[in-house]
Design a protein around this ligand. Structure first.
Ligand code: GLN
Length: 541
C-alpha cells in the first residue's frame, strides 16, 4: 500500500520546506524505495506561468510543459527524475475543476461546498498522482504557512487522508523556523510552538518536527520542541545551515530521520547508500579552480528568479571541480552608464538569462556585444539567445534598428518575431511554446561536441523566435545555427565558430540539470571559462 508523507510549514514561508521535502525523498530513495513529490500551492492562480518571478521566484518548466512552482525543480534535482505537471496542485486548478463540474450539472440538486467538494477534489488529485506513479511513498508539501486562510482546505484534506489511508500509511512532518537572538545568541522555540498549536487546532498532530535554524539546535531547544509538540525527542530534527543544499539530506539522515520515518511507516529497515551523493558533495567542497561569471539580467535583485540557472552552474562547477561565483548585475546599469560595460572584462564569462519585456534589453545587448568583441566566453538562454541574434544583426550584419518585435513592433528588421501560431493567442496562461521538444544537432559543430549526439530533448518557454526571413543574412555573416527543430522551422542553438566559446540556445538547459549530471551547455560554458582563465587552448570537449 502506498504511503503518504505530508509536509507543512510554520512561522515563516521560505524556510526551506522544499529542501526538506526533497531531502526526505532522497533518504527514502537511497534506501531503495520509489518516491514522487507533489507541491500544493494555495494561491488562486491555475499555474505559476502568469506570476512575476520578482514576487514568486522562478517559474519551473516540466518535461510535459507545466509552468510550476520552483519547488518541483528542487524535487527533480534531488530525486533525479522528471515530474509531470499534475504534481503541482493549486487552488485555481481545484476550484476550476469543481466549478466546471457544477456547471455541467454533476452536482444537480446539491449545494456545492468547500467540505466535501473542494476537499474531495484535492484528495482525488493527490491520489491520481499516487496511482499513476505507482511509487512506494508520495510526498506532499503544502505551500505557505499553517494558519494562512488559503491553506485551510488543503490542510483539511490531508487531515482526512489519515483517516482514510490509515495511521501506518500517513506521516505529518512540520518544518518551522527556530530563530537565534542576535543579542543573547539564544534559540527561540516559541514561534515554532505556536505554529504546532495552530496545526493541532486544525486537527493535525505532527509526527516529526524539523527545526530550521542557522545552527544545530541545542538539547534544551530539542527538549522544549518535543515537550510542547507532544512528540518523542528522537522525532525532532534540525535542518541547520550548510554550505550546499545537497548536504541537507545527509545531515538529516545522520540525525536518524530516515530510519525514524521507515520505522513509523512500517517500511522495511534498510541502510542507505550515500556514496555517490557524498562524492558529488566532496567535489563541491574541495574545488581546484574558481571562476567569476557575470549574470546580466532583469531580476538581478531577487536571485530566486534564477534558481535553476544558479543550480545548473553549481552542477557544472562540481563536474569541473570549479567554484562558480555568480555576480548578479542589473542590465539597466549598462543603459544608464554605457562605460560600465567595461567592468565585464573582469569576469571569466558573461551569461544572459531568460527574460520578458523591454526593461534592461539594451543593457543585455551591450553585454553580449562586449562578450563577442572581447571574446569573453558567452552563454545566452532563451531571451539571451534572441538578443544575441539582435546584437549580431545590428552590429555585424549592419541591419540598423534590428530588434525583436516583443520590444519594438515597428522595427525595420524584425529578426526575432512571433511564431505564426502565437499571433492569434489572446489568453496568456499556458500558451507559450512549453516543455520538452526535440532538437536536431548539426554534426561537426560546438553543439555536437558538447551534446555528443544528433538528437536532444530540452525544455522551452517562449513565444518569439528567429525570423526565417533573416536566417540567410545572419548565416552569411558567420552566425551558425547548429541546432534546430526537426521540421526545420525553428532555430534552437546559435554559435560563433571563431570565438573561444560563444553559444546560446532558445531552450533552457537548466531545467534538466542535475547534480552529477549537469546540463551540457552549462558544463561547456563553465569548462570554457576555466580553460580560458588557465590560458589553455579552446576546449575540445
Ligand atoms: N520573451 C521571450 C519570448 O517570449 C523569451 C522568453 C524567455 O526568455 N523565456 O520568446
Amino acid at each position: 500500500m502506498v504511503k503518504f508523507i505530508f509536509v507543512t510549514g510554520g512561522v515563516l514561508s521560505s524556510v526551506g520546506k522544499g529542501i526538506v521535502t526533497s531531502s526526505v525523498g532522497k533518504m527514502l530513495q537511497v534506501r531503495g524505495f520509489t518516491v514522487t513529490a507533489i507541491k500544493i500551492d494555495p494561491y488562486v492562480n491555475v499555474d505559476s506561468g502568469t506570476m512575476n518571478p520578482y514576487m514568486h521566484g522562478e517559474v519551473f518548466v516540466t518535461e510535459d510543459g507545466g509552468e510550476t512552482d520552483l519547488d518541483l525543480g528542487w524535487y527533480e534535482r534531488f530525486l533525479g527524475m522528471n515530474l509531470p505537471k499534475e504534481n503541482n496542485i493549486t487552488t485555481g486548478q481545484v476550484y476550476q475543476a469543481v466549478i466546471e463540474r457544477e456547471r455541467r450539472g454533476d452536482f444537480l440538486g446539491r449545494c456545492v461546498q468547500i467540505v466535501p467538494h473542494i476537499t474531495d477534489e484535492i484528495k482525488r488529485r493527490i491520489r491520481v498522482v499516487a496511482e499513476k506513479s505507482q511509487v512506494d511513498v508520495v510526498l506532499v508539501e503544502v505551500g505557505g504557512t499553517v494558519g494562512d486562510i488559503e491553506g485551510l482546505p488543503f490542510l483539511e484534506a490531508i487531515r482526512q487522508m489519515r483517516l482514510e489511508e490509515g495511521f501506518m500509511n500517513t506521516l505529518y512532518i512540520h518544518v518551522a523556523l527556530v530563530p537565534i537572538l542576535d543579542v543573547t545568541g539564544e534559540m527561540k522555540t516559541k514561534p515554532l510552538q505556536h505554529s504546532v498549536n495552530e496545526l493541532r487546532r486544525i486537527g493535525i498532530q505532527p509526527d516529526i518536527i524539523v527545526a530550521r535554524s542557522t545552527k544545530m539546535i541545542t538539547e534544551e531547544a530539542r527538549r522544549k520542541i518535543a515537550l510542547f509538540g507532544t512528540i518523542p525527542r528522537n522525532a525532532v530534527f534540525c535542518s541547520y545551515t550548510v554550505p550546499l543544499v545537497y548536504q541537507v539530506p545527509l545531515i538529516l539522515d545522520e540525525q536518524g530521520m530516515g530510519d525514524y520515518i521507515c520505522e513509523r511507516l512500517a517500511l522495511p529497515r534498510r541502510k542507505g547508500d550515500w556514496s555517490g551523493w557524498r562524492s558529488m558533495i566532496d567535489a563541491y567542497l574541495n574545488p581546484e579552480h574558481e571562476i567569476r561569471i557575470a549574470l546580466v539580467g532583469k531580476y538581478a535583485r531577487l536571485t530566486d528568479a534564477y534558481v535553476s540557472m544558479r543550480e545548473a552552474f553549481t552542477h557544472a562547477g562540481m563536474a569541473c571541480r570549479t567554484k562558480v561565483n555568480i555576480d548578479y548585475i542589473e542590465a539597466e546599469r549598462f543603459e544608464e552608464k554605457p562605460e560600465d560595460v567595461e567592468m565585464l572584462g573582469d569576469y571569466d564569462g558573461i551569461f544572459v538569462p531568460y527574460g520578458f519585456g523591454s526593461r534592461g534589453v539594451e543593457g543585455k545587448i551591450a553585454a553580449i556585444r562586449y562578450a563577442r568583441e572581447n571574446d569573453v566566453p558567452f552563454l545566452g538562454i532563451c531571451y539571451g539567445f534572441q538578443l544575441a541574434v539582435v546584437e549580431f544583426a545590428r552590429n555585424v550584419c549592419g541591419l540598423n534598428g534590428a530588434h525583436t518585435t516583443e520590444v519594438d513592433p515597428d522595427t525595420p528588421h524584425p529578426v526575432v518575431d512571433l511564431m505564426p501560431e502565437q499571433r492569434g493567442v489572446e489568453f496568456k496562461g499556458a500558451t507559450m511554446r512549453l516543455g520538452a521538444h526535440k532538437i536536431l544537432i548539426e554534426e561537426g559543430t560546438l553543439a555536437y561536441k558538447i551534446y555528443r549526439r544528433r538528437e536532444i530533448y530540452e525544455r522551452h518557454r517562449h513565444r518569439w523566435e528567429v525570423n526565417p526571413d533573416y536566417w540567410d543574412i545572419l548565416k552569411r555573416h558567420g552566425l551558425v545555427f547548429s541546432g534546430r527543430s526537426p521540421d526545420g522551422r525553428r532555430m534552437e542553438i546559435l554559435e560563433l565558430p571563431n570565438k573561444y566559446f560563444f553559444f546560446a540556445s532558445q531552450f533552457h538547459g537548466e531545467f534538466k540539470s542535475r547534480p552529477g549530471n549537469p546540463s551540457p551547455e552549462y558544463y561547456g560554458f563553465v569548462k570554457a571559462c576555466v580553460d580560458r582563465k588557465l590560458g589553455a587552448p579552446r576546449p575540445e570537449f
